[in-house]
Design a protein around this ligand. Structure first.
Ligand SMILES: Nc1ncnc2c1ncn2[C@@H]1O[C@H](COP(=O)(O)OP(=O)(O)OP(=O)(O)O)[C@@H](O)[C@H]1O
Ligand SMILES: [Mg+2]
Length: 263
């Protein structure tokens, strides 16, 4: 069960089946997925809508539908994350999740301070109120939210999409994660803000030596951000490798088409 030294997470021969929502017939959603994440590197999972990107992400988090049948393994930190019960030190702690739509992910009746303090209550219960405030200030400043005091007292509807996504990243970082899973983290944002958030995420993972799995259908974004790439189609990996090599020499017809569409 031990992982190689530089490997943080390894998905081996993962198959996932679900009853089709209409016909109720068993349907293969993920087929023989092999994917390994190297410590401290950024990785991307790309593919068209419905190809199974979010299903892989949710399965890593133990949040696949309860009627899913799975085979294979997802090794992380001496656990096989496919085995139930899901270990409680992993989700939201060692593995953090950054959602697609930051505005609706924040509770509308709580301000940013409530969100951060409640998250710190879980992860850093030893901190007193003034230490929490210091922690929140440092965190918000590190996410380039210079007017941190105003932000702390704001509600989601008072913040821009980009600011909300910075808050979601802040909340993810409170658990001192080793792995960040970001499922379309910039899709809901406008183009300029997308680039800012992408740059910020890259800076954070470098500074904190975190590992990133970015899920996206945006190949241009992925090209800026990832070192390794997996291309998914209809629940199967079409191509995998170092991004530069895959882009320079795509083997599958599908990847060639994706890259052609980009240029
Ligand atoms: N609860 C479920 N029951 C049955 N099928 C499901 C369920 N959830 C997802 N699926 C199916 O699993 C497949 C993969 O879906 P998934 O959400 O992982 O795609 P995706 O690549 O993330 O797409 P998108 O880019 O639109 O987010 C789709 O065919 C979807 O219809
Ligand atoms: Mg998805």
């Amino acid at each position: 069960m031990k992982l190689p030294e530089n490997t943080l997470l390894e998905i081996k021969s993962l198959n996932l089946c679900l009853p089709d929502t209409k016909t109720k017939q068993k349907k293969v959603i993920l087929k023989n997925i092999n994917l390994n994440l190297t410590k401290g590197k950024s990785h991307a999972l790309v593919g068209e809508s419905g190809s199974g990107k979010s299903m892989i992400c949710n399965t890593i988090l133990g949040l696949e539908p309860s009627n899913a049948e799975t085979e294979g393994s997802i090794l992380f930190d001496n656990y096989n994350l496919l085995k139930k019960p899901y270990p409680d030190t992993v989700r939201g702690r060692k593995i953090a999740y950054i959602p697609q739509n930051p505005i609706t992910s924040l509770n509308p009746v709580k301000n940013v301070k409530d969100h951060i303090f409640e998250t710190l209550e879980i992860h850093e219960p030893q901190l007193n109120l003034s230490e929490r405030l210091n922690y929140a200030r440092e965190l918000l400043l590190s996410l380039q939210l210079q007017n941190w005091e105003k932000v702390l007292n704001s509600y989601a509807f008072e913040l821009s999409g980009g600011m909300c996504q910075r808050i979601m990243i802040a909340l993810a970082l409170c658990g001192k994660p080793e792995l960040l899973l970001a499922d379309e983290p910039t899709t809901a944002l406008d183009v300029m803000v997308q680039a800012e958030i992408a740059y910020l995420l890259l800076e954070i993972i470098k500074k904190k030596n975190l590992t990133l799995l970015l899920i996206s259908h945006d190949l241009a974004l992925v090209a800026q951000m990832a070192e390794y790439i997996w291309v998914l189609k209809d629940g199967e990996i079409q191509e995998a490798g170092r991004l530069k090599e895959v882009f320079a020499n795509p083997e599958s017809q599908y990847t060639q088409t994706l890259i052609k569409a980009l240029t």
